[in-house]
Design a protein around this ligand. Structure first.
Ligand SMILES: C[S@@+](CC[C@H](N)C(=O)[O-])C[C@H]1O[C@@H](n2cnc3c(N)ncnc32)[C@H](O)[C@@H]1O
Length: 350
């Protein structure tokens, strides 16, 4: 069969790959954005801390989430951000046992300087950002070589995950699946293979679609897939669909674009149709609490990685639930887990 499952779980190796991003956040949060110093005299409200550190919103979210996931920060009963015991002893300038100088050595590294620049400017430090906006000028997603490499890289991860996604999702009552930013198309293909009644549309830029066509042909599934070149922010489907898949795409964009995307596709979805978000979710925060998640640590690292190459970050479960709510979708309580910290959140259009 084409969609074999891997013998071994890819999660740990991917965690190890991204773990250095936490180290870069630790260096940034000890040097350029000195959290130990900022909280030395006591806790601060999130907004006050963010302004003190002169951090844009997305940067503050990524940095403080990273530090909290490492057990250095916490939120107190007044909803203020404070150092934990560990954070105070190791990051406060007043502490005899602080490691500030030692951690600060990391700032001599180019990667730490890049991360600091990203945090300062809320933008990738290099020239490449894996996003496309109609008005945004040339995009790496349209560069044949870069986009092909990105797509095949995403496919490598998807090969490790798609069989489990197909196992978890029951689309036996669905007829047409719309895969937004479907790239290589492997999630769609695995779902088509499982559900013989299903057909699909994959929307993406041209280089990813070429890869998707290649894979669909190899799987003998081309006849059931429509490949549509377009911009996911504005795409209007020419045929009805009762399932929309948003796999690892919302995290490429900022929170308001992500929310708009969910609304855009929820509006076009048939009644009783389902929107499925596949992504790595950060833990929810309670209502009224600062937007600083506890982690998990590997997802906080992944968030920092995304932060440094596109306009997004990892979102928390409560953020995805809220996006679904504001799009008129009723989110299911059950969230299936797949390898590589993938979670599947399903919302139904009433
Ligand atoms: C991170 S990849 C995810 C691919 C696949 N869904 C997965 O989970 O492996 C994001 C995909 O969305 C596509 N994409 C991002 N922004 C887009 C846009 N504005 N219009 C069309 N495609 C876009 C990219 O080309 C890429 O294939």
């Amino acid at each position: 069969m084409h969609f074999e499952s891997p013998e071994l779980d890819p999660t740990q190796i991917l965690d190890d790959l991204r773990a250095d991003k936490l180290s870069l956040l630790l260096v940034a949060g000890t040097t350029a954005f000195d959290v130990g110093q900022a909280l030395d005299d006591g806790p601060l409200a999130y907004e006050a801390l963010r302004q003190h550190l002169q951090l844009p919103e997305r940067s503050a979210n990524v940095l403080l989430t990273g530090l909290r996931s490492m057990g250095l920060l916490d939120v107190d009963s007044h909803q203020q951000i404070d150092l934990t015991e560990l954070g105070r002893e190791k990051l406060s300038p007043k502490s005899k046992f602080n490691l500030r100088g030692y951690i600060g050595l990391g700032a001599f590294g180019a990667d730490a300087q890049n991360m600091i620049a990203c945090l300062k400017h809320d933008a990738p430090a290099g020239d490449i950002s894996f996003v496309f906006h109609e008005e945004g000028g040339p995009s790496a997603l349209d560069d044949p070589e870069t986009s092909d490499a990105l797509t095949r890289a995403m496919a490598a991860r998807a090969r490790n995950v798609a069989p489990f996604v197909a196992q978890e999702l029951d689309l036996s009552t669905a007829t047409h699946l719309l895969d937004i930013g479907g790239g290589h198309g492997l999630y769609t293909l695995a779902l088509l293979e499982k559900h013989p009644q299903l057909s699909a549309t994959i929307v993406d830029r041209q280089p990813p679609l070429a890869v998707a066509q290649e894979y669909a042909q190899a799987a003998g599934l081309s006849e059931r897939v429509e490949f549509v070149y377009g911009d996911i922010h504005t795409f209007t489907a020419s045929r009805a669909f009762d399932t929309v898949l948003l796999a690892n795409i919302l995290h490429d964009y900022n929170a308001s674009d992500a929310e708009r995307l969910v609304q855009h596709y929820a509006r076009q979805l048939s009644n009783n149709g389902r929107a499925i978000i596949l992504d790595a979710f950060l833990n929810s925060v309670p209502p009224g609490s600062p937007p600083v998640s506890t982690g998990p640590r590997p997802v906080a690292a992944y968030s920092a990685m995304l932060f440094s190459i596109c306009e997004g970050r990892c979102f928390r479960l409560d953020e995805y639930q809220s996006m679904m709510r504001s799009a008129g979708l009723l989110a299911e309580a059950h969230i299936a887990q797949v390898p590589a910290h993938g979670s599947l959140l399903i919302g139904t259009k009433a």
